[in-house]
Design a protein around this ligand. Structure first.
Ligand code: CTP
Length: 395
């Protein structure tokens, strides 16, 4: 994802500066070239030698550093992306007002590549209308921002201001190296995970779905600026805090949630592995042992089929199909039966893995995508945006 990418890391003076050491390490391990600029205050928290040892690349701390042998403007030209993590209220404010009074602020001002800020600070500082106005102003100018997380802050307060997970920062970097916020203003509804159908208070019917593909799509769409509603059952990964998510257990619960949000959705991905059957008479008490047990099952509602029926001409509906044989033929049948715009079909044997192989089918579209689920998620979105563009032009 980041192999041979040139990442300029800007470290400013917040307590979270030490967490950026791990970020620099992870980026380097992924094959990126990482150069670091540290402000004077950042050097109070972490030694430049730490970043130098972990990235094996120069760490520059001064504007006119004869030893570093690097002109400040050339760093802006060298980078594919600039990432300020952690970003203080000070660097955000300076950038918003065009102040270039040290190496980092000068480099940001000279940059023509994407710049991602990862704010981390005291909750009251973050919520200060001046900081918020600066973020709004910079976002409108095309600078990218991550939202800090809620939680216990180093200053002792509870609130929004925590440095986010480095894994999430990496997903943002990988996205903004290639994409802008091209889904801004779009509502995207995504379902994921394995539903659970209760037999008795102890037992349930479920399936092997991990929800990884749905989460990858939700993450990719969110980072590209969409408002994502993530309606999920049981999934094997942590859901990022920034995600607007709803947890459902059974197919029935998921049906109720999805139907409620569907009318506002521009693009809907039904990635969830919804149970086709549920016990007809779930027992309120634990079922005791006996020689044989026959469970009577009844059909659940087919959510995707219902969405197909309700679809308006401006909505895009994407189904998923996990097949064990005749992948293309079965998937094409589902497109017609459920009135879909697209179907993403995959072989059951990729379930649960981080890499996938997906066949995207739609009107005049047959594209095979192979790779890690996050990259494939972006490519699925690309295919949809490209074809929607064609649909819009036809009108
Ligand atoms: N799906 C749904 N509601 C269900 C079952 C499935 O919305 N009760 C959706 C899934 O989220 C997926 C698509 O339907 O997007 C395909 O599901 P799948 O189970 O593979 O196909 P079916 O149409 O149920 O047919 P079959 O099980 O016979 O393959």
């Amino acid at each position: 994802m980041l192999k041979n990418k040139k990442i300029l890391l800007g470290i400013t003076g917040g307590i979270a500066a030490y967490k950026a050491v791990d970020l620099a390490g992870k980026l380097t391990k992924m094959g990126a070239e990482v150069k670091t600029i540290m402000t004077a205050h950042a050097c109070e928290f972490v030694s430049p030698i730490t970043f130098k040892s972990i990235t094996h690349q120069p760490v520059i701390t001064k504007m006119f550093d004869a030893e570093a042998d690097i002109e400040h403007i050339s760093l802006a030209d060298w980078a594919d992306i600039i990432v300020i993590a952690p970003a203080t209220a000070n660097i955000i404010g300076k950038t918003a007002y065009g102040i270039a009074d040290d190496l980092l602020s000068t480099t940001i001002m000279a940059a023509t590549v994407p710049v991602l800020f990862v704010p981390a600070m005291n909750v009251h500082m973050y919520e200060n209308p001046i900081v918020q106005e600066n973020i709004t102003k910079l976002s409108a100018l095309g600078y990218f921002f991550m939202e800090p997380e809620f939680g216990k802050l180093a200053c002792g307060y509870d609130g929004k201001g925590r440095y986010p997970e480095n894994e999430e920062i990496i997903f943002h970097i990988a996205t903004y190296l290639k994409y802008s916020k091209d889904l801004s203003g779009k509502n995207v509804l995504i379902t994921a995970g394995a539903s659970r159908e209760e037999i008795d208070p102890m037992r349930f019917i479920t399936n092997y779905s991990t929800g990884k593909m749905g989460l990858a799509l939700a993450r990719a769409a969110h980072i590209r600026g969409a408002h994502v509603k993530f309606i999920h059952s049981f999934i094997s990964e942590k859901i990022p805090e920034y995600m607007d998510s709803i947890k459902t257990v059974s197919a029935e619960e998921m049906y109720n949630s999805v139907i409620q949000d569907y009318k506002d959705s521009d693009i809907t991905f039904m990635t969830a592995a919804v149970a086709d059957f549920t016990p007809a008479n779930p027992s309120k008490q634990k079922i005791k042992k006996s020689n044989d047990l026959n469970l009577e099952l009844k059909r659940t509602k087919d959510i995707l089929m219902e969405l197909g029926e309700r679809k308006t001409k401006d909505q895009i509906l994407v189904g998923f199909a996990a097949e064990s044989e005749n992948i293309k033929e079965n998937a094409l049948q589902k497109i017609r039966k459920k009135k879909l715009n697209f179907i993403c079909a995959n072989n059951l044997n990729v379930a649960g893995k981080n890499d996938t192989e997906i066949l995207v089918l739609g009107e005049g579209i047959e594209i095979k995508l192979i790779g890690n689920k996050f990259s494939v998620a972006h490519q699925i979105i690309d295919i949809i945006l490209k074809s929607t563009d064609k649909i819009d032009k036809k009108k």
